[in-house]
Design a protein around this ligand. Structure first.
Ligand code: XBP
Ligand code: MG
Length: 258
């Protein structure tokens, strides 16, 4: 069994709960700013999250919810890139104001992994600018340099569930899939890791908790903290760990040892 050399992190939903109270709000502000009466409620956004990528999500909404029976007007389709840029500006504003924090255990595990010499990378379908803004505002000015690689929609066009972003990480890091562990929060994310052959730990959130994560090593409520361990909800290795855990490098090595 190979030794763990790198941890690969998804961003939205995994490092932070950015979707419901971050991107969703920012999308709605962008719609209002350009005079569209679209409103993505909490419930609707949960359904739209099936589509990875903000531009793809808006295009899907336009085609399937606003114009289900005909081709949407060209001017609306052409507006999507601008809407996405406006949405991201509202999103950065929220991050700059400190309105979005990291999920439990994330800062702790990243810090410990660095101390133990593990390599770190990001594998996301959002943009590099969004990742850097989140890292800067939650972990500090130099946090983007904690990661040897930020693989985002800027580098890889095919979004999750495609394994492309994880395959790109493996290629850039020069590692075999079994030398890595990925962290994801959703079925699309897990499918991307599995397509690349990388073992995955899934920390679910309100939008993703009903998914099927039997192929994950562990399905958890979050990464846990020593004083507040996270409940183990499923996964292939669930029988080999306690009913609640704090995910640290020791636990990751234990999982790997089988
Ligand atoms: C999640 C996504 C993204 C975000 C919005 O990415 O699918 O589309 O919802 O970000 P991941 P953008 O979980 O892979 O980090 O608007 O930049 O796409
Ligand atoms: Mg995610």
């Amino acid at each position: 069994m190979s030794e763990i050399k790198a941890l690969l992190f998804d961003v939205d939903g995994t490092l932070a709960d950015t979707e419901r109270d971050g991107h969703r709000i920012a999308f709605n502000r962008a719609f209002a700013q350009v005079g569209l009466d679209w409103e993505w409620t909490d419930e609707l956004y949960g359904r739209l999250l099936e589509i990875s990528g903000g531009k793809e999500r808006m295009t899907h909404y336009l085609r399937h919810y606003i114009h289900p029976d005909s081709e949407p007007p060209q001017e609306l389709l052409a507006l999507i890139p601008d809407l996405h840029a406006i949405k991201n500006r509202f999103y950065w504003e929220m991050l700059d104001k400190g309105e979005i924090g990291l999920r439990p255990g994330v800062a702790r595990l990243l810090t410990e992994a660095r101390e133990q010499g593990l390599r770190l990378a990001i594998a996301t379908t959002t943009t590099g600018d969004n990742v850097r803004s989140l890292l800067r505002n939650t972990l500090g000015a130099d946090a983007e340099h904690w990661f040897e690689l930020i693989a985002s929609a800027d580098e890889v066009a095919n979004k999750k569930p495609s394994p492309a972003v994880y395959e790109y990480c493996l290629m850039r890091l020069g590692l075999a899939p079994t030398e890595c562990i990925a962290f994801e929060d959703s079925e699309n994310g897990m499918a991307a890791t599995r397509g690349a052959g990388i073992p995955v730990i899934v920390t679910v959130n309100g939008y993703t908790q009903d998914g099927d994560y039997r192929d994950a090593e562990l399905m958890l409520e979050n990464l846990g903290e020593p004083e507040a361990p996270a409940r183990v909800l499923g996964g292939r290795a669930a029988g080999r760990v306690s009913s609640s855990v704090c995910v640290d490098v020791g636990l990751l090595r234990k999982l790997r040892a089988g």
